[in-house]
Ligand binder design. Structure first.
Ligand code: FES
Ligand code: FES
Length: 140
């Protein structure tokens, strides 16, 4: 269909009705927060995951200050990772996101932002858990 500027309708849908917009309490020990920026354009994405006792992502929220493709990429990725283990979520690549949303090559870095954000949230969650289980470090 002849959509404005050739964007795929999946991008438009995620852009107009982004899923899982919002925040999780970042001090909760079962919440990991990823905050990343795209050097190419200065856009910023915050993505948060909550992980249940089985190591499964039970909730995801994001806030993106950026272009339509970045918003669509983060919205897509929040739906994609819910219910996945951390290891599964870590394997999601920007290629998959870009392909799913049919992003044009110039918008590749927008999906890269979503990949970076989910990895950064997982990393943050793991380092919080490591600190929480080691009381000697907890004061830092
Ligand atoms: Fe900043 Fe994409 S260039 S919105
Ligand atoms: Fe920069 Fe999309 S994130 S143009």
């Amino acid at each position: 269909p002849a959509l404005a500027r050739g964007y795929h309708e999946k991008v438009i849908s995620h852009y107009e009705q982004p899923r899982n917009v919002g925040s999780l309490p970042k001090n909760d020990v079962d919440v990991g927060t990823g905050l990343v920026g795209a050097p190419a354009c200065g856009d910023v994405m915050k993505l948060q995951i909550r992980v249940d006792e089985n190591g499964v992502i039970s909730d995801v929220k994001f806030k993106t200050f950026g272009c339509g493709s970045a918003i669509a990429s983060s919205s897509y990725v929040t739906e994609r990772v819910k219910g996945l283990s951390l290891e599964e979520a870590e394997n999601i690549t920007n290629n998959e996101i870009a392909k799913e949303l049919c992003l044009p090559p110039v918008k590749r870095h927008c999906s890269m932002l979503a990949e970076d954000a989910i990895r950064s949230a997982i990393k943050n969650y793991r380092s919080k858990r490591a600190t929480a289980s080691n009381p000697k470090q907890a004061g830092f």
